[in-house]
Design a protein. Structure first.
Length: 332
């Protein structure tokens, strides 16, 4: 019969006694008692230390990580909405300047269209300066000034929207309109004629974080008429990071192009380089290609699109579109 000798700070006599005891009939029982005694002498480890030893992470790490992610998302939304507000106020100022020039110097459609063309040339690849959008800026300014004053003769929005109407003075852009994305504002301009009703929808859009599709649906179903005075106190807080409005603000190409932060910034550098050496590039393409333009503007269903490089093939009698990508191509 074999035996196991456990040595824990023993001298010759105690070690011999332990070995003899392990061989005795009650050795197993004695060994268990000795093991429990040795274990009781060890310092107790806290649950946090045990979990760290097992999982490699402190107990509070998961909640700490979730808190940081929430703060990062909130900061992203705050930064995107701040950039969006600057863009909206720029559009307001452009619209105001055009209206003032038209009144002072009689600017017509041709001059405004020329202005759009010159801005596109000065800021190539930046969406937002097409002729149709320049005219929207003019309408945007008038919607919150002259149209407000024109409605002042009668009660704006009726009795149900009297509280909202008090925020309109006919001289300044309402804050809610500056805080929603541009195409939310375009929807309000095109679908609503009463300034107080527009402002009501801008406020409730901010409160609930509506996407453009939801905003259109609520307008078309007459939400303000159904709720009446039920919604007059609006929370003046940022939309939740997970809301549709926040996500659209984060991905708004107008804002990213305005900041020159979009992932296509490197692609534009490539495009400008190719245009500067267009003759060499045409030779590389082969015989039959004629260069039409870069950032060629197309308007489809009132939306602006820009072709990186547009060519016409004389033999095939068709247009050839070159879409530049500085990274792996992904289907949109």
């Amino acid at each position: 019969m074999g035996y196991r000798l456990s040595v824990v700070g023993c001298n010759k006599q105690t070690c011999s006694a332990t070995a003899t005891e392990n061989r005795s009939p009650g050795g197993a029982r004695n060994r268990d008692m000795a093991r429990r005694q040795r274990t009781s002498l060890l310092p107790a480890r806290s649950p946090a230390v045990v979990q760290q030893a097992v999982g490699g992470l402190p107990v509070g790490y998961p909640s700490f990580l979730e808190d940081l992610k929430a703060r990062i998302r909130a900061a992203q939304v705050k930064a995107a909405l701040a950039a969006n507000e600057e863009l909206i106020r720029l559009y307001w100022d452009i619209g105001k300047a055009i209206v003032e020039r038209q009144r002072a110097e009689g600017w017509g459609k041709a001059i405004v269209d020329r202005l759009a063309s010159d801005l596109q040339e000065a800021f190539p690849g930046i969406a937002g300066f097409s002729p149709s959008n320049i005219w929207r800026m003019r309408a945007f300014y008038l919607a919150w000034t002259e149209e407000v004053l024109a409605h002042a003769a009668r009660e704006l929005g009726g009795p149900d929207l009297a509280q909202v109407a008090r925020e309109l003075d006919g001289r300044h852009l309402p804050r809610a309109a500056a805080e929603i994305p541009w195409f939310h504002n375009v929807i309000l301009l095109e679908k609503l004629k009463d300034p107080a009703t527009r402002l009501w929808y801008a406020l409730i859009t901010l409160e609930h974080g509506w996407s453009r599709a939801v905003l259109v649906h609520q307008i078309e179903t007459g939400l303000h008429e159904r709720q009446g005075k039920a919604v007059t106190n609006f929370r003046r807080t940022l939309p939740p990071p997970q809301s549709d409005l926040a996500q659209q603000a984060l991905k708004d190409p107008y804002v990213f192009d305005f900041l020159s932060l979009s992932e296509s910034a490197a692609e534009r550098e490539l495009q400008r380089s190719l245009v500067e050496h267009i003759r060499t590039f045409l030779l590389e393409l082969g015989v039959g290609f004629a260069f039409v333009g870069s950032q060629y503007h197309l308007e489809v269903e009132e939306e602006d699109f820009y072709v990186d490089l547009l060519f016409y093939h004389l033999r095939l009698r068709c247009f050839v579109v070159v879409d530049l990508k500085s990274s792996n191509w992904r289907r949109n």
